[in-house]
Design a binder for this molecule. Structure first.
Ligand code: SF4
Length: 389
């Protein structure tokens, strides 16, 4: 499918850094394995929603189509479970209405009235009782995406509103992102039509015009993460190098405030350094000279050229075959897969416990609850006792 220069998915970038869309054109739009995996999961989602909420697809036809999708080399069984979460979300929404809502899937939406050549594909649109719902499925598990003030979702909403407002009365738009591999709950937000149209006219339209012409000021930030120019963009380099000029205060040790500030800088610098490294490696492998650097073979591990033949040769020499193998228990997830969720729950469901995860440091904006080590009365007593000795 053709890509719009000012796509909805790239909107957070070209709205913040208007010249980025044209700068990106110099770089190939390569599709990663993750993106292909996402496309497959979206196809499964579409099929499930069509069958359950839109069309009377005969079970046999549905099974044949699903089987074909499962033959894709990127298929994983968990895809079934995660796409079911998306289907259930939409089913619950549809059934929450007493009337029968209009449901559309994989709908191309056009917002070129506000964004030159702008269009996108909304995963699912549900309209009922003056409310339009825009539901987006994300299969990624890298970064949790919030629906709150999300330009991609708002552009889908804009395109869908322009398309359907002649057919249905719409006052409010509710947007939801279902990202089941990362979050149990969908991220939701809502906007009134008047507010959306004001944003489209006064924010999107002027910025999109600049972006289409490649005009404006380069502004680096979090949105650089998915920019195709991210490795060699001068503005991003400037921002990172500028940020690294850490202002040193007096005293031999950093204060906790300084540790917090330095960590934030280090995080951005580390991401930028990774992008530079990846770029330099790719270019070096193409034969280009990146002064001061070269590509070499990394460490590798030894392996048998023909494992079966190697094992046979060892066994034939008189070594007991049992010594060459270790008996290994399957993991909990593998056993559950083997037995099926129902039998697993019946047999050993009560024997399963979930230990607390290993403490990890995240930015304070992270949604997870803060944890601290709880000191037991006994530990407290021992500490005080040691101090007093
Ligand atoms: S890397 Fe960032 S600053 Fe540079 S063009 Fe892309 S979005 Fe703009």
């Amino acid at each position: 499918m053709a890509h719009a220069i000012l796509s909805a998915s790239g909107a957070s970038r070209w709205l913040a850094c208007t010249p980025s869309a044209r700068l990106e054109e110099q770089f190939p739009d390569s599709t990663s394995e993750y993106a292909k995996e996402g496309t497959l999961a979206h196809e499964v989602c579409e099929l499930k929603v069509r069958k359950n909420l839109i069309e009377q697809i005969p079970t046999r036809t549905y099974n044949t189509k699903l089987k074909k999708l499962k033959e894709n080399e990127l298929w994983q069984d968990e895809m079934d479970k995660f796409t079911d979460v998306y289907l259930e979300y939409i089913q619950e929404l549809v059934h929450s209405y007493s009337c029968s809502p209009a449901v559309m899937v994989e709908k191309k939406v056009d917002f070129s009235q506000y964004v030159p050549e702008g269009f996108g594909t909304a995963d699912c649109i549900v309209i009922a009782e003056g409310t339009m719902h825009i539901i987006d499925f994300k299969y990624g598990k890298g970064v949790a995406i919030s629906a709150e003030n999300n330009p991609q979702m708002k552009l889908y909403a804009l395109g869908a509103y322009l398309e359907y407002s002649m057919l249905y009365p719409i006052e409010k738009i509710k947007m939801a992102i279902v990202q089941p591999r990362l979050e149990n709950e969908a991220s939701e937000s809502e906007i009134f039509v008047a507010e959306l149209m004001d944003w489209a006219e006064n924010v999107v339209k002027p910025l999109a015009e600049k972006a289409y012409k490649g005009e404006g000021t380069y502004i680096a930030g979090n949105h650089c993460r998915f920019c195709r120019a991210k490795a060699t963009c001068r503005e991003r380099a400037r921002m990172n190098l500028e940020a690294s000029k850490f202002e040193m205060r007096a005293g031999a040790l950093l204060s906790d405030t300084e540790v917090g500030e330095a960590l934030k800088m280090a995080q951005d610098l580390a991401k930028w350094a990774e992008d530079l490294k990846e770029y330099a490696l790719t270019e070096s492998l193409k034969g280009k000279i990146i002064p001061g650097w070269k590509a070499v073979e990394g460490r590798s591990v030894r392996a048998f050229k023909d494992t079966d033949l190697a094992i046979k040769t060892i066994v034939d020499s008189g070594i007991d075959e049992a010594l060459l193998y270790e008996r290994k228990q399957l993991t909990l997830a593998q056993i559950e897969k083997l037995l099926g969720a129902k039998q697993f729950k019946e047999l050993v469901g009560e024997l399963v416990e979930k230990a607390p995860g290993k403490p990890t440091l995240v930015l304070e904006t992270d949604k997870r609850e803060k944890i601290v080590n709880r000191i037991t009365a006994e530990e407290d007593f021992n500490d005080n006792y040691e101090e007093e000795k």
